[in-house]
Structures are given as C-alpha cells and as structure tokens.
Design a protein around this ligand. Structure first.
Ligand code: URA
Length: 434
C-alpha cells in the first residue's frame, strides 16, 4: 500500500477501506509516514468528507493505536460522560455524585482545560490535598468502593489522535465533523466505559455555534459509539449564556456544591438531571427517563448526592470541611461589581466573551504551559430574561494582582445585549439523539 495512492483516492472523493485507514493511522503513529503526506490527506478529507463507515474505522484505528483503560475490575456497568465544552460547565462535579449515589459506576478520566476555564481536573484542584493523579489500582478501588473517581489522563490513550489533532491544528483541518467525532470518540472508547452520554453544546460559547451543526456532530458520535458496541446517547444543550452563574475554577466548585445542597441554579440542575437520566437508564438503574428524573432529583432533596460528593473528595485526599464551607476555597484580593449602564431586559449574554473575560483575570490557559489562578473568575448576578436598571450589578469580578481587570471588565460588558421587551427564553435542552 502506498500513501500517495490513499491521498489520491480521497482527493477524487473515493471511500477509504478499513485497511487503508489502518495503514495511515499506524504508519503516522509510528513516525513512518511524514507530516506532509498526512496534511495532504487531512485536507482531502476536509473537502471530500468521510462517510459513517470510514469515520467509525478511523475512530477504531485511533482507539487501537495505544493503551486502553481496563475497567474489568469494576463491578457493574461503567458509564462515562463527555462534554464538548462550554462556559461555566461544572456538570461533572454535580452529576457524578448524583448518579454514583444511585449505584452507577463513574470511572472518569478527565483533562485540563485549554481556553476559558480549566477542565474538571483543574477545578478539583481547588480542594487542598486533592489528588488528580491516582494509580490505576487506586482509581479502580475508589470506583468499586464509593462509585466514582476522577483522575487525570494516565497511560498512552489514543496517541494517533494526539498526533493527528496537533497536525490538524496547524493545517486548518480541525473543523470537519468526521475528524472531530472520531477524535473525541477514540479517547472515550479507549477510556473503557460500557455506556457513554455526550453533552454536545451549541451557541456562542461552544465549539458548535448552531443547533444544526451540533445535531450532525452528535449523530455522528452516537453512530460511532453504537458501532463500537457501546450504549451511547447525546444531549444537545444550549450555550447562548453561561451555564449557571459562576465562571472560574474555584467559583464553579462552590456553585456545584451549592447545587448538590439544593441551592443551585435551575439551568445547571436541569442539565445534570437530563444527562444523569440517560446515564442511569443506560446502567439499568431505571427503566425509563421519567422515573430516572425523579430518582435524580431525590438525591439532591435527601442529601445523598452531597454525601457522595464528600466521600469522593475525601477518598482523593480533600477535606470534608471544604465541602461543608466551600466559600473558604476562594481567596481573592478584590471583588469588583460590574454595573449596568442600560435599563431593560437582558436579552443575551455572549458566553465566549464572558469566558474571555475570565481568562483575562487568569482563570484560563492560552497554552498548555500556562499556570491558572483557581480563585479568580466571574459571578453573574443576572441571567437572560432578568430586568435591570442603570446602576444595577450585572456581575462581580473576582480578581488577584496579576488579573487584567480593566480589559476583563470591558470584555464582560461587551457580552451583554438588552431589549425593551422581555425576551423569549430558549430551552436549554434542544434535542436528544439516542
Ligand atoms: N476536541 C477533541 O478532542 N478533538 C477535536 O477534534 C475537537 C475537539
């Protein structure tokens, strides 16, 4: 087989065979095929696309390119959840304990974030003493003992995706549905869960800016998951304003804890209950979504989800008192109110501007090497649909000395749009693909 023939076939819109896909994925991972040939192929794929079978074969070839997490030591059905990323997204911290308190096993390998705020791993590091690098043995033990564990990436999962993603990044070939879907799903499949629930976000603060594209991506990922023999469902959720009120690592942890205590924002709880319902149905804990919804809400009302969260934090080295009094986790030099200069209803809060403002305060990373400040961020006081008068507080900026407060404030104010009439509130959950 010759790489030049594979490039040529795709250039003319041909369908690549499983063998051809395995050939280039293996060859590139081993360093036997040069970047320039894979770049040419990626551009041909970008223009001529891949069908569902090619996309599944690409995913499986990337999954098989490295280690696979062996979860066979965990009893019961293992369920994983993945979000395509948004602003203020702290769902794993709420959802994990909710489903684990109902007996679902959540063995989650999570990443650090690039962009607006950190990933789940960064957020959890707000707890002094919390370990985000468990040995595989400890990870499995914690999931068996308490039902959940979250650890940073270990092993060499889907190394082909790592190399290909880096090349796509510098050859303008990231935004192709087959390449995105196979990239995400190769890592999910290698992480070993039996069932996968995907939160595919759409809107200004998301990878997919509109619902149509989000549906196409979600459908492709669900097809891959099912094609690989895993139960898979995707929720399309809106990111037209940040999720909840808190944006920034430590602030998001505090909001997640408040939600577990029954005092959280409605949108965050709704998303967690929806994602959680599909997780517990996939795990066989409930046989229908309506009943699953009730069971999950009860875990908040009776305190079992919060108790599970405390158990999880303690099992990974954190302190129970920090869960009981989470405000102590945030240490900032200044809390600055941001005031409205308009009268009217808030009609829009552009999520990516809010995310950028949080990043300017030091809460996000531009490059992998950046160190983030877990304390800084933004607490919104109002959401879309709320009425404000000139001089009302729209949000509070939590800042430290290295924060670029002036520019963050400008960016944050840019995020808001106002209207004279009460705007229509768009549903958070747009579609379910299963
Ligand atoms: N996230 C990934 O892991 N891969 C992509 O291609 C895009 C987003």
């Amino acid at each position: 087989m010759r790489m030049v023939d594979i490039i040529s076939k795709k250039k003319y819109g041909g369908v690549l065979t499983k063998e051809e896909i395995e050939f280039f994925v293996k060859g590139y991972t081993k360093g036997e095929i040069p970047d320039y040939q894979i770049s040419a192929l990626l551009m041909a794929i970008y223009f001529n696309k891949m069908n569902s079978e090619e996309t599944l074969n690409l995913t499986l070839a990337m999954e098989n390119s490295g280690d696979r997490l062996d979860l066979s030591g965990i009893k019961g059905i293992k369920v994983d959840k993945h979000s395509t990323g948004g602003v203020g997204d702290k769902t794993t911290l709420v959802l994990g304990p909710m489903v684990a308190s109902l007996g679902v096993k959540l063995a989650k390998m999570s990443g650090r974030g690039l962009g607006h705020t950190g990933g789940t791993i960064d957020k959890l590091e707000s707890f002094p003493g919390f370990s985000t690098s468990l040995s595989e043995e400890q990870f499995i033990k914690n999931v068996n003992d308490i039902g959940m564990a979250v650890t940073g990436q270990t092993g060499n999962l889907a190394p082909a995706d790592k190399k290909l993603y880096a090349l796509r990044d510098v050859t303008a070939t990231v935004d192709n549905i087959s390449l995105i879907a196979s990239s995400i799903m190769s890592k999910k499949l290698a992480s070993g869960a039996d069932a996968i629930v995907l939160d595919v976000k759409c809107g200004s603060g998301a990878f997919m800016k509109n619902e149509e594209d989000a549906v196409i991506l979600a459908t492709e990922m669900v097809n891959i998951g099912k094609g690989a023999g895993r139960k898979t469902a995707a929720i399309i959720s809106g990111m037209d304003e940040p999720l909840g009120y808190a944006i920034g690592n430590g602030l998001e942890v505090v909001e997640a804890i408040n939600t577990l205590k029954g005092k959280g924002p409605k949108d965050l709880l709704e998303l967690c209950v929806t994602l959680g319902s599909y997780m517990i149905v996939a795990a066989g804990v409930s046989d229908n979504i309506e009943n699953a919804d009730k069971m999950l809400r009860k875990t908040i009302e009776d305190g079992s989800a919060f108790d599970k969260f405390v158990e999880f934090i303690e099992a990974q080295g954190g302190n129970r008192n920090d869960c009981i009094n989470p405000d102590n986790l945030i240490k900032v030099e200044k809390i600055i109110p941001v005031l409205s200069d308009m009268d009217g209803y808030i009609s829009y809060i552009k999520s990516d501007d809010v995310g950028m403002a949080s990043m300017m305060l030091g809460g996000g990373r531009k490059t992998k090497e950046d160190v983030i400040d877990l304390n800084v961020g933004i607490m919104l006081s109002k959401k879309v649909g709320d009425k404000v008068s000139k001089g009302d507080v729209l949000a509070f900026i939590y800042a430290n000395s290295s924060s670029d407060i002036d520019n963050a404030k400008i960016k944050l104010l840019d995020a808001y749009a106002f209207s004279d009439d009460k705007p229509e509130i768009k549903p958070l959950i747009k579609r379910v693909i299963s």
